[in-house]
Design a protein around this ligand. Sequence first.
Ligand code: TYD
Length: 141
Amino acid sequence: MVTDLIDLKALDDERGGLVAIEEFDVGFEIKRVYFIFGTQPEVIRGLHAHRELKQVAIALSGRCTFLLDDGRERQTVVLDDPHRGLPIKSMIWREMSDFSPDCVLLVLASEPYDEADYIRSYEEFREAITATPSDPCRATI
Ligand code: TYD
């Protein structure tokens, strides 16, 4: 498995939902927040990996599907619950698709925006993964 959904701190009561997120919950200092909405259902977003950036994605409303690929394994995760977050560590190729019309996807990020941190070619991603000496399993791919 590439990643696993985390349960966020739900403070829902009879008045409605409330979810609180602190740095401790996501495992990194949150330096940037962005959200994606109004995505057409046929659109595929992402199509990149990050060299260093760590993120947690949360579907605040609606639904979308993440394809995650760590170079060894591919995993598909449906995000459709604002009480759950999807951690995405560095060097994970991601593709987001199947957005529902009401999908609002919130992303918490460990670093400010830096285009130099993106790997936008899948071929380059695979080469970078294979060249990573810290994980001997990856050298055999
Ligand atoms: P991108 O990360 O490629 O979007 P997605 O992965 O959802 O398809 O970002 C789209 C454009 O917006 C790209 O030109 C970079 C820019 N951008 C910023 O300037 N700041 C940001 O925080 C983000 C996430 C993107």
